[in-house]
Design a protein around this ligand. Structure first.
Ligand code: ZN
Length: 220
């Protein structure tokens, strides 16, 4: 039985009156405790808004409704959320993001050619769709792609947070597209990058101070 069937089956027990009163209250109390333990929030067994909001029952807007923010941190946070984090003590520029935010927002992205990565749930589907379209249009299919990496820009602890920390950007074939170089496959197959820029994503190559051809992000 899949989860959706189980949810509806249980709901029918409630609707038909089989599950009511103290039995219903006890089932909800135990369920709330399980959800609270999983989300590491206050475990009181009460099914309030904080607990319900942890359920993520297909309440995410369709991908096409997610606005594309400008690249400043405040704009990024308005669309993709904010998180607490701590600095790494031994890995330069790395951060550790609070567990709850990562669990709620980072999902696996499977690409048509068998590659996969982890990214923000609000960009994942579009990332996979544009990736496939870019490969089909251009004739170039990257061998490597990576999105979510909790870190500062350029692994520099003094710089701002990278969009990789939100999982809203990705790098393709990083060994072939070093910053300040223009001889990688993306330059021989321009339709690849254009597929993303036409969809209002930013290509790092267009940054004047630090051209970064491997990098694409869902900000405009
Ligand atoms: Zn990057």
């Amino acid at each position: 039985m899949n989860d959706d069937f189980k949810r509806r089956w249980n709901l029918r027990q409630v609707e038909s009156g089989v599950l009511e009163g103290d039995a219903l209250g006890e089932i909800i109390r135990r369920g709330a405790l399980a959800v609270q333990a999983d989300a590491e929030i206050l475990a009181d067994g009460l099914c309030g808004p904080d607990t319900v909001s942890q359920l993520d029952l297909d309440r995410d807007p369709p991908q096409s409704d997610v606005p594309i923010p400008r690249g400043r941190r405040a704009d990024i946070e308005r669309v993709y959320g904010t998180f607490d984090y701590e600095e790494s003590e031994d890995t330069k520029g790395a951060i550790i993001i609070e567990r709850g935010w990562s669990r709620r927002n980072i999902v696996k992205v499977d690409f048509f050619n068998g590659l996969y990565t982890y990214a923000h749930k609000l960009v994942a589907r579009e990332m996979a769709e544009l990736f496939e379209a870019a490969c089909l249009k251009s004739g170039y299919t990257p061998e490597k792609i990576w999105s979510w990496v909790p870190r500062h820009k350029r692994h520099d602890p003094k710089a701002g947070l990278s969009t990789h920390a939100w999982g809203i950007s990705f790098d393709v074939d990083s060994a072939k597209h070093r910053p300040h170089t223009t001889d990688g496959p993306l330059f021989r197959y321009p339709a690849w990058a254009k597929t993303f820029t036409d969809a209002n994503w930013t290509w790092g190559q267009h940054w004047t101070r630090y051209p970064d051809p491997m990098h694409f992000q869902r900000t405009k």
